[in-house]
Design a binder for this molecule. Structure first.
Ligand code: FES
Ligand SMILES: [Fe+2]
Length: 417
């Protein structure tokens, strides 16, 4: 993102804080809770958004060197993604061409060759079938035609895209639209992966997405955690086709008021979140990026799995190392202590653990309760307020993609009465 835009957003957030106002969608809408429970809708979503849609599986740093590989099973098609020995990003159906056994079961690693556990057919990481045992017994196999089945794979702007269908099309610039130059500017390709947390919960995948859709809840739900560090009730918001940019102020924003604008950077005073349709949240902080990938469970609208990948800049890692050595790193007890945060250096491992547990223990815990109410059959709709435009946009985006009507304006009393 250009510096001028960063300054513009920071100023907007400062003025929201000063004037005690929040973003205003101008309208309230009602969301039918059937969207969190309906098996037919879940089946259509699975087909449209997961089995037949380009998937962001990680950042460049997920496959840090040539011959790195990772396996993914979150969207139906088992994928083996890797860099070949020349460093090119590739993706394959994770299945042997002999009898279809899953070739690789490890989640990640580094390998130039993949040997099938069943009968040892062996492939290289460009997908070529190198050898089969006992060829004289097995019969003539044209090895050149029996490589692993390759899937469309594109690495762009530091993001790794895979299409689950062999003939699928990945047009990254069409997917990102006007967001593309801004995404390019953050240089995700320089982020270093340090881990991933998986959270499986009893809530629809869209309720997990909703977690990242408003700052209205900060001073209640997160009052003892994130609420200590963030103002809440402010939001600089912009849509880009089906995607959006969502920025909210931290309390560190006040320190910028004393600094020359040339020295401002958005992550110094705010957290930035990009939603990339249909299931990705990219969260950018100071020296950190978190990639949240949210998946439904096939055939079950009541459960979802979120994978939260953690990435850091080289600088942030170096600073942390130094702070750990000198005893100036933040402790677990100080994570939500604003004064300590000002003095000490982020201990990123600690911050991540807390980031994950806040999502799981606070946000997703609310989502699970909504899920229960939605399944009761006694509640027809929920309301998204004027200060929750990201929820309006997110739900209207997937509804439009499924050919459904946009959300209706809220009628006084709601439609359940
Ligand atoms: S199924 Fe892979 S070698 Fe037989
Ligand atoms: Fe939250």
């Amino acid at each position: 993102m250009e510096h001028a835009k960063q300054v513009e957003i920071l100023k907007e957030l400062m003025s929201q804080i000063d004037e005690k106002r929040n973003v205003d969608a101008g309208v309230m809408v009602e969301n039918p809770v059937a969207s969190y429970t309906c098996p037919d809708m879940a089946a259509r979503e699975w087909e449209t958004f997961f089995r037949d849609h380009p998937q962001i599986i990680g950042l460049t740093g997920d496959l840090p060197t040539s011959s790195s590989f990772m396996t993914v099973e979150d969207f139906g098609t088992p994928v083996l993604a890797c860099r070949d020995t020349d460093g090119k990003f590739r993706a394959f159906l994770n299945a042997c061409r002999h009898r279809g056994v899953k070739l690789v079961t490890e989640e990640r690693g580094k390998k130039a060759r993949f040997s099938c556990p069943f009968h040892a057919w062996t492939y290289d990481n460009s997908g070529a079938l190198l050898a089969i045992p006992q060829p004289g017994h097995f019969g003539a196999v044209d090895k050149s035609a029996m490589g692993m089945i390759e899937l469309p794979a594109v690495e762009k702007y530091g993001l790794l895209f895979v299409h689950p269908k062999r003939d699928g099309v990945i047009d990254v610039d069409a997917m990102l639209g006007d967001l593309a130059p801004e995404i390019a500017n953050w240089q995700f390709e320089r982020m270093i992966r340090t881990g991933e947390t998986t959270i499986s919960k009893r809530l629809n995948w869209k309720l997990a997405n909703d977690t990242f859709g408003e700052t209205y809840h900060f001073q209640k739900l997160h009052r003892n955690t994130l609420g200590q560090l963030f103002y809440g009730d402010n939001l600089a918001y912009e849509t880009f086709g089906r995607n959006h940019r969502f920025v909210f102020a931290s309390r560190f924003i006040d320190a910028l008021r004393e600094m020359p604008e040339e020295e401002w950077a958005l992550p110094m005073g705010a957290t930035l979140l990009y939603y990339i349709f249909p299931n990705i949240q990219v969260i950018i902080g100071r020296g950190t990026t978190n990639l949240v990938k949210i998946y439904p469970h096939v055939g079950d609208p009541t459960h979802s799995t979120s994978r939260i990948g953690h990435y850091f800049t080289e600088n942030a890692l170096a600073t942390e190392k130094e702070a750990l050595a000198t005893g100036n790193a933040l402790t677990l007890a100080e994570v939500y202590d604003f004064e300590a945060r000002k003095e000490k250096v982020l201990n990123l491992a600690v911050v991540n653990a807390v980031f994950d547990s806040t999502i799981e223990q606070e946000d997703y815990a609310m989502g699970e309760r909504i899920q229960q109410a939605a399944e009761s059959g006694a509640l027809e709709t929920v309301i998204f307020g004027r200060n929750e435009p990201a929820l309006h946009h997110y739900h209207n985006s997937y509804r439009e993609a499924l050919g459904l009507q946009p959300l209706a304006a809220y009628r006084t009393g709601g439609s359940a009465t």
